[in-house]
Design a protein around this ligand. Structure first.
Ligand SMILES: [Zn+2]
Length: 360
């Protein structure tokens, strides 16, 4: 499997074969919570311990999605923690019953944790009293309430909340995939707008709620757009959409020559082909710019190109190509058969092609 390389994240560890990473903005949250702790008279360790425990619950929530997905043959590339929640990045999202089960598994983990905490609390005779501000009882109460809140909040029927997926999957069983997504995305955006109004005009302006509203609003729009695209490319192959007239470079060409080629036409990414016609690498726009900075214009393409290029087959489903272009570290997907290079696909060309297909 390709190792996904996400910038701005730090790997914490690997659970059940799934890398768990934390986004750097998370450190900001740790700082904020520490300050909140200090300002409300709590010891800083209390606030930070509470945060650690909550995020352990979030990781368990995401693991719930990931392990349920595995039962349906869907792999999880990584779990990322951000200040506004976790995200299990699945390698694909199935529809129908599988989507329903995967989506509901996360919130159910929080419900189970709340139930477990309640049982343990009763066993240890811990009082469940929100007015207690210190010690194990305060931590226990906060943790129990937080899990209930995570359960309820994630069930909001708005993308990209789990509730949005649950709604979408239930609707798709009745009216089909595309209708279901359109409706769920619209509802998601309406709920996001309401949350934003509440955040701005409600009691005590709530910045976190506003952030979540924006996150939901754009998430819903993205989901709808991605789904439209997916339904257009379904059943089609890379061979139908790829560019066949592709300019190539040789490994010993200079970066200056590559730059002239880059400026002369509309092609921005160049497959590198050796004297025997074999694919040697890819010089995409980023690699060219980086190469110019690091090695100068006289350096050979060989020094700047990416070598870890995994060519796509001509009969690869376009849906998969779309996914690879989104997750790929390179800006282009090279298409090759046993004879060598046959074409190339870039995100821009693909979206132009989709635009044409939509109008036909
Ligand atoms: Zn979830």
């Amino acid at each position: 499997m390709r190792a996904p390389r996400r910038s701005g994240t730090l790997q914490l560890g690997v659970i059940s074969g799934i890398p768990v990473r934390v986004h750097f903005s998370f450190l900001l949250l740790v700082l904020l919570v520490g300050l909140w702790g200090a300002s409300s008279g709590q010891p800083a360790w209390f606030a930070v311990l509470y945060l650690g425990l909550i995020f352990a619950c979030v990781v368990l929530h995401e693991l719930g999605h990931a392990l349920m997905a595995r039962r349906y043959g869907v792999q999880t590339e990584e779990i990322v923690l951000t200040p506004i929640g976790g995200l299990a990045r699945l390698d694909r999202m199935p529809s129908g019953v599988a989507e329903l089960m995967i989506a509901i598994a996360g919130p159910l983990v929080n419900l189970a944790l709340a139930a477990l905490l309640l049982v343990v609390g009763l066993g240890l005779d811990l009082p469940l009293d929100p007015t207690i501000q210190e010690g194990p009882a305060a931590l226990y109460g906060l943790l129990l309430l937080s899990n209930l809140a995570l359960f309820a909040f994630n069930l909001l029927p708005a993308f990209p909340m789990d509730g949005g997926r649950i709604l979408r999957s239930l609707l798709s069983l009745m009216v089909g995939d595309d209708e279901a997504t359109r409706f769920a995305a619209l509802l998601g955006q309406m709920i996001a707008a309401l949350l934003a109004l509440l955040a701005i005009f409600g009691p005590g302006q709530n910045l976190v709620l506003l952030l979540i509203a924006l996150f939901v609003f754009f998430g819903a729009g993205q989901e709808a757009a991605f789904n439209r695209t997916r339904s257009l490319v379904r059943g089609r192959t890379v061979g139908e959409a790829m560019m066949v007239r592709v300019g190539t470079l040789a490994p010993q060409d200079s970066l200056e020559y590559a730059t002239r080629l880059f400026l002369a036409g509309s092609q921005r990414d160049f497959p590198v082909v050796d004297a025997w016609g074999r694919l040697a690498g890819l010089l995409d726009r980023n690699a060219l710019l980086r190469g110019l900075v690091e090695h100068g214009p006289d350096a050979a393409v060989l020094e700047a190109m990416a070598r870890d290029v995994e060519p796509a087959a001509i009969d690869m489903p376009l849906e998969e190509a779309l996914r690879r272009l989104h997750g790929e570290p390179h800006a282009a997907l090279v298409v090759a058969d046993s004879e060598g290079l046959v074409g190339m696909l870039t995100a821009e060309k693909l979206s132009q092609w989709i635009e044409v297909i939509r109008r036909l």
